[in-house]
Write a protein that binds this ligand. Structure first.
Ligand code: HH2
Length: 300
């Protein structure tokens, strides 16, 4: 990618030398939704203490980053008032600070700023607009692609060429953010955000091309609805959230094998195992250095 300070290099193979198996692996971001209405874990961690315990459990399972969110972005979701989102997110970030790297999943500038004040160092921004906040604070930023807004994004998503359009949008935003001084920019194709199952599959199939642009790529397929529709129950009905672990793992493995440096998941322990095996198996796993934060592959 022109103008980028980040370079890709190949690590061959994914194992360190010596008698002990010490694979490098892609990073695993654990999802912590402090919301009553998230599509898969809504209501489970609205209590502050339960949320903190869940965060610590994910750290113990091997999560590299905990992504704290206080506003659901599921299809049809409505915005949460600022005060309520602050009330949900900030105490949980504060309580987990120092236990793991923390990101804040928000589209609100004030929530991002408040979370950073108490320890978050990555802004996971589904709106793709908060790069000035990240630049001002000198923290990382995720550029995620979304067509429309959560309220209506799944009504009738359309693209001429979904892969070309999503990649071009992400790279344009990343260039702007890097030029503005954001020290760490992640690209995320936004699986399920204004996309049909076919669009999601096309983006996954061509993920390696996004990786080849030279910036770290993250992907979130975990438990998403398209998995349930693509692999339905024997009666033809979509598989419910509770039956989407195999699809979540399959797509996470595909993404990591395609060179994604991080996957965003609910099922951390299983995904960490998968990530270790991907790291050990893929001789061509790609490593992207992120200025200021070191490698984005974890050495075991
Ligand atoms: N997906 C969700 C939320 N945030 N952020 C990134 N970068 N990539 C994603 O794919 C992504 C995301 C949706 O999942 P979840 O947080 O579990 O659900 P909800 O939005 O209902 O809280």
């Amino acid at each position: 990618m022109t103008g980028s300070t980040v370079r890709a290099e190949h690590v061959e193979p994914g194992l360190s030398s010596g008698p002990t198996l010490r694979p490098v692996r892609p990073l695993v971001m654990g999802v912590l939704n402090v919301t009553p209405d998230s599509f898969s874990d809504g209501g489970r961690y609205v209590d502050r203490q339960e949320a903190v315990e869940r965060g610590l459990a994910m750290v113990a399972e091997g999560a590299d980053i905990i992504d704290v969110g206080g506003e659901s972005s599921r299809p049809g979701a409505r915005p949460v008032p600022l005060g309520e989102e602050l009330r949900r997110v900030v105490p949980v970030v504060e309580a987990l600070a120092g236990q793991a790297r923390l990101s804040v999943d928000t589209v609100k500038r004030r929530v991002a700023e408040a979370a950073m004040e108490v320890g978050a160092t990555l802004i996971n921004d589904i709106s793709g607009s908060l790069w000035p906040v990240a630049a001002a604070a000198g923290v990382g930023w995720v550029a995620m692609h979304m067509q429309g807004t959560p309220a209506t994004m799944q009504d009738d998503p359309r693209y001429g060429d979904v892969v070309a359009e999503v990649h071009a949008t992400l790279l344009g935003r990343a260039r702007t953010a890097l030029t503005a001084g954001v020290p760490e920019v992640w690209l995320d194709p936004g699986i399920g955000f204004g996309k049909t199952p076919q669009h999601n599959l096309s983006l996954l199939r061509h993920l390696g091309e996004l990786v080849d642009e030279g910036l770290p790529v993250m992907v979130g397929t975990s438990r998403k609805g398209f998995l349930g529709r693509l692999v339905p129950r024997p009666d033809g009905s979509p598989a419910p959230v509770t039956e989407r672990l195999p699809g979540s793992l399959a797509t996470a493995v595909w993404a990591m094998g395609s060179g994604a440096s991080m996957v965003r998941v609910h099922d951390v322990a299983a995904t960490v195992q998968a990530a270790l095996l991907v790291g050990a198996t893929c001789g061509s796993i790609r490593r992207h250095g992120v200025p200021g934060t070191g490698t984005v592959l974890r050495q075991w």
